[in-house]
Design a protein around this ligand. Structure first.
Ligand code: NAP
Length: 487
């Protein structure tokens, strides 16, 4: 990719706040730098919102709420559909922008753009299917009417690992339901979201429905909004640690809350599994997004009789991956998002090795600029290793072994998290026992990917609550009202 094309794509972004349909600077003209993780160099300076800027964004969302709720569902759906089409047309430009700010290879960025835009198409279709019920009270004396109404102004806080899709998963159903919103993208990767602000405007979204606030004073700017009585919903995707704090803050306003938090996905391989398929699934579950996904397989729990074969086939595939700047052709693995992330991955690997794990491949960070980490497979990992409990968020596959099915399930569930699990087996009865026994919101059965806009995405336990996508996704943005009708 030429340097001039990269500059052009970054220059197309408004590096400002998007409030009430207008782009404007932050109070006092404050800005912060957004870096390219493959070089550590600044791509652009973006507006650094103050508390007053945050409040102005909520003011705009509140002002737009009544008219937006009254806008016909078909019109709301058509805006989403149009935005889906624009994103699809501009996939190349958007993918390059995403790769520059986040580091993932272009092909992964394109996959995210296809995935992320599908939430707009899906919810454009859901907008016109919001319905209630009518029934006769059991004693026959009255009639019971239930209707669905938009929750009201929402605050959406998103992480850096999927700079577009984690936003569209929230924005899509909110637009469909008739809610207005303030979106705060991650400070590391705000550019894709800012670009989306332009696209939704072009698609016809009225002023004030979507407001975007970028800031480095995140907690300080977000807390007053969460505590503002005009806000009705908080939806957050990010770490469990921050999620817990936000749930506490949201208690004051008794907000509707959705929390998409961290994961520690087990990937079970039984002795009757098709090992080649399991290895293909493992590559997807582990290496999608350079391992920087909440759904990333964190613990490979493999039957002892097939662990060696699984380990050596996985090692061969991991060694074949090309590591480099995401903008280059043929790259499979880009840099991690920042030095801190790379250092944490290295620390977890060193800890496992120190406790007795064997390095089958990788196990170190290459020299030079950028926050790269070599794709790594570890075998004979002891259960006491930190990465058995902590989210790795990098290209590292630790293999644990088991003997009995019950032990595999116990190991899989032995975590505070419960987002997703994967299981590979060709025995149908075992598959049912296993997917019923897994304490997670989602299960990939004989497949290494679960994300699908038509399915309800979300977790249990410390992975949070609420669902995004599917028929369930829009319910998060709707209130149920009941009207008792006397005859
Ligand atoms: P993070 O540190 O929790 O940050 C997520 C977002 O929260 C960012 O926008 C961040 O802003 C903001 N934030 C941080 N502190 C805050 C505070 N005190 N008040 C309000 N907002 C605050 O998480 P991350 O490192 O960006 O993302 C990785 C995590 O997200 C992983 O744990 C991953 O599993 C999880 N995740 C979950 C899902 C899911 O659907 N379950 C999907 C993707 C990722 P700044 O950028 O300004 O810090």
């Amino acid at each position: 990719m030429s340097e001039s094309r990269e500059k052009e794509v970054v220059a197309a972004v408004h590096p400002q706040l998007f409030i009430g349909g207008h782009w404007r600077d932050a109070e006092g003209g404050r800005t912060f730098a957004v870096e390219d993780p493959s070089t550590g160099r600044t791509l652009v300076e973006v507006a650094d919102a103050s508390v007053a800027d945050g409040k102005a964004a909520l003011d705009a969302a509140v002002a737009a709420q009544a008219d937006w709720a009254a806008t016909p569902p078909r019109d709301r759906g058509e805006i989403l559909r149009k935005a889906f089409e624009i994103i699809t047309e501009r996939a190349d430009e958007l993918a390059l922008l995403m790769t520059l700010e986040m580091g993932k290879p272009i092909k992964e960025a394109k996959a995210e753009i296809a995935y992320g835009s599908e939430f707009f198409r899906w919810f454009s279709e859901e907008a016109v299917r919001i319905a209630g019920r009518y029934s006769v009270a059991p004693n026959g004396a009255t009639r019971l009417l239930t209707l669905k109404q938009p929750v009201g102004p929402c605050l959406m806080i998103t992480p850096w690992n999927f700079p577009l899709a984690m936003g569209t998963r929230k924005i899509g159903p909110a637009i469909a339901a008739g809610c207005t919103m303030v979106v705060k993208p991650a400070a590391l990767t705000p550019l894709s979201m800012l670009r989306l602000g332009d696209i939704l405007t072009e698609a016809g979204l009225p002023e004030g429905v979507l407001n975007i606030v970028t800031t480095r004073s995140t907690g300080e700017v977000m807390e007053p909004l969460i505590r503002d009585p005009r806000l009705r919903k908080l939806t957050f995707t990010g770490s469990t640690e921050v999620g817990r704090t936000l749930v506490e803050q949201s208690a004051e306003g008794l907000l509707r809350v959705s929390m998409e938090l961290g994961g520690n996905a087990p990937f079970l391989v039984f002795e009757d599994a098709d090992i080649d398929k399991a290895v293909d699934g493992a590559m997807l579950a582990k290496m999608r997004n350079i391992g920087e996904a909440c759904t990333a397989a964190n613990r490979f729990i493999v039957h002892e009789s097939v662990a060696e074969e699984f380990g050596s086939k996985l090692t061969e595939k991991m060694q074949a991956l090309a590591v480099g700047r995401g903008t280059e052709d043929g790259i499979d693995v880009g840099p991690l998002v920042e030095a801190k992330q790379r250092d944490k991955v290295a620390e977890l690997v060193d800890d496992a090795v120190g406790k007795g794990a064997t390095v089958l491949t990788g196990g170190s960070a290459p020299e030079g600029e950028g926050y790269y980490y070599t794709p790594t497979v570890l075998s004979d990992v002891p259960l006491g290793a930190r990465l058995a409990k902590e989210e790795i968020f990098g290209p590292v596959a630790p293999i644990f072994t088991f003997t009995e099915e019950a032990d595999a399930l116990r190991m899989a569930n032995d975590t505070e998290f419960g987002l997703v699990a994967y299981a590979f087996t060709s025995d149908f009865s075992r598959a049912v026992r296993v997917y019923e026994g897994l304490e997670t919101g989602m299960v990939g059965l004989n497949q290494g990917i679960v994300s699908n806009p038509a399915a309800p995405f979300g977790g249990v336990k410390a992975s949070g609550f609420g669902r995004e996508g599917g028929a369930e996704g829009i319910e998060e943005y709707l209130e149920t009202k009941y009207v008792g009708i006397a005859l």
